[in-house]
Design a protein around this ligand. Structure first.
Ligand code: SAM
Ligand code: SF4
Length: 474
């Protein structure tokens, strides 16, 4: 697989693709039926599955991690690249076998692929009983009832105001320390390559009070880190009942004030929208992590214009400089696409030189995959051969690998405040936690009586490409 994540990161976690969820809260409760849900794609989808689980549980359905024992199987899908859709289709053929063994079983497709293909899904994938778009999850209980009568149930209506603000998500497979909190839905940006505006609809921001309540509730339950989620968090804009507007900088400050012990992260920032106010708010609060995910997509101004990103290479570089000026120690990550329509070797060299300038701590790197219906699919030929797209991607990956290793090596011999997330995967004699820069740190427990959710100073002694290894300091 060419998309590569060199450092373990939670916002888009490749290791979680296809994860099936089992909420601890359902243990011991009697449910009339059981559902199994598997999620693909970005963090928003994983957060949505927690909303779906909450809606289903309120209607008498309990979660199971075992697809064979489920009455309902849901697959929360991603359409961002063709490969993501192929993965889902393959998974559906596996569910076909299960359905043959258990004829009453219902299969539902949720999320972006459901929205993109709508009822075509019912024709293409004969075994699917329900097709439900990302704004229609409240209607799931009714759709299940309809499907139970043998009819196919579809709701792919997009909404201008649905934010699921009042639904308390059920934390699924949570470590009990870190959590996503959705602050907005949809996207108005129309980047030429991107299917999101078509599958997730218009941008809308969630009621600030419901966000703060959710963060306070998480804190009271022992959580110590929230990641505020949206396709474009910096354009968060919510107007309260007295007509006063709340911007992302204001929201960030309110969340930071929930407790100095609650770490705050956010993703994703569009370079055109992140403001100085946001950067100053980050500088003001120690508990807002010094880390920004700032997708560049390309280092060539010509390609950026075709992509409709609304900034130039120089403008992006000026933004990175401004970030470093206000937050000298800020970690930086990005997304990039190689082989977008008409991309030349010179454009590609521009991307490499931009990477060399920014020296990202982390990068999500993709080759361009044309998505039906997008601006690019309608206007431009997908004219860069696949082998060229992949070769350019590999060159970027190779360069980034050096930068990310450099970034890990810079941390050796330094001491960091680490939030403990739980035991290390390899041994319960070691803790695993993260630095402010979202880097995983593994260190021996020794005789300190610590718990997950505690903060501790750790001195880093060595590193691998993706992990820091250290010892409790002093
Ligand atoms: N809203 C975020 C943003 O603006 O960066 C994230 C959007 S998307 C879920 C995550 C990443 O997928 C994008 O930043 C982009 O690099 C990549 N992506 C989107 N469409 C793509 C396509 N058609 N082919 C390849 N990569 C794509
Ligand atoms: Fe897609 Fe652009 Fe919106 Fe991100 S900002 S979701 S890349 S349209």
């Amino acid at each position: 697989m060419l998309m590569q994540e060199l450092v373990d990161n939670k916002v888009h976690d490749e290791t979680r693709q296809g994860e099936a969820f089992l909420p601890q809260t359902s243990a011991g409760k009697a449910f009339r039926k059981h559902f199994y849900i598997e999620s693909y794609g970005c963090a928003m989808n994983f957060a949505d599955s927690e909303v779906v689980a909450s809606i289903l549980q309120d209607n008498g359905f309990g979660a199971t991690r075992n697809a064979e024992e489920a009455d309902l199987i849901f697959i929360n899908t991603c359409s961002i690249r063709e490969k993501a859709e192929q993965t889902v289709r393959k998974r559906l053929t596996e569910f076909r076998k299960l359905k043959k063994q258990k004829p009453g079983m219902l299969v539902g497709v949720l999320g972006c692929m459901a929205e993109r293909l709508k009822s075509k899904f019912l024709e293409e994938e004969k075994l699917v009983d329900m097709v439900v778009g990302p704004d229609a999850y409240r209607t799931l209980p009714g759709l299940v009832e309809e499907a139970e009568t043998g009819q196919k149930a579809v709701n792919v209506m997009l909404s201008r105001d649905e934010t699921y603000a009042d639904i308390a998500p059920i934390r699924l497979n949570s470590n009990g320390v870190t959590s996503f909190v959705s602050i907005m839905r949809g996207c108005n940006n129309m980047c030429a390559f991107c299917v999101v505006p078509f599958t997730r609809g218009r941008e809308r921001s969630r009621d600030m009070f419901s966000i703060i309540n959710e963060c306070e509730d998480l804190f009271s339950k022992g959580y110590r880190e929230v990641t505020l989620l949206g396709q474009n968090v910096d354009s968060y804009y919510w107007v309260n009942s007295s007509g006063n507007a709340v911007t992302f900088a204001m929201l960030l400050e309110k969340v930071a004030q929930v407790s100095p012990l609650l770490r705050v992260r956010f993703s994703t920032s569009h370079p055109k929208d992140i403001t100085d106010e946001v950067l100053f708010t980050m500088a003001k609060y120690e508990n807002i992590c010094n880390y920004i995910h700032l997708p560049v997509q390309s280092g060539s101004t010509r390609i950026l214009q075709l992509m409709n990103r609304t900034y130039t290479r120089e403008w992006y570089i000026a933004k990175v400089n401004r970030i470093k000026e206000i937050l000298p120690d800020c970690g930086l990550s990005t997304d990039v696409i190689t082989g977008f329509c008409t991309e030349t070797e010179a454009d590609h060299q521009d991307t490499l030189s931009l990477f060399n300038y920014c020296r990202y701590d982390l990068a999500y790197m993709y080759f361009y995959s044309e998505r039906p219906g997008t601006l690019a699919a309608r206007r431009y030929a997908d004219d860069v051969p696949e082998n060229v797209k992949k070769r350019r991607l590999q060159e970027i990956i190779d360069m980034h690998r050096l930068h990310s290793l450099e970034s890990m090596q810079r941390d050796v011999n330094k001491t960091f405040k680490v939030l403990i997330e739980g035991n290390s995967k390899k041994s319960d004699q070691f803790w695993a936690g993260r630095t402010d820069h979202n880097k995983m740190v593994i260190f021996p427990k020794e005789n300190h009586h610590l718990n997950k959710g505690d903060y501790i100073l750790v001195k880093v002694e060595e590193c691998t490409a993706g992990t820091l290894l250290g010892k409790i300091s002093g």
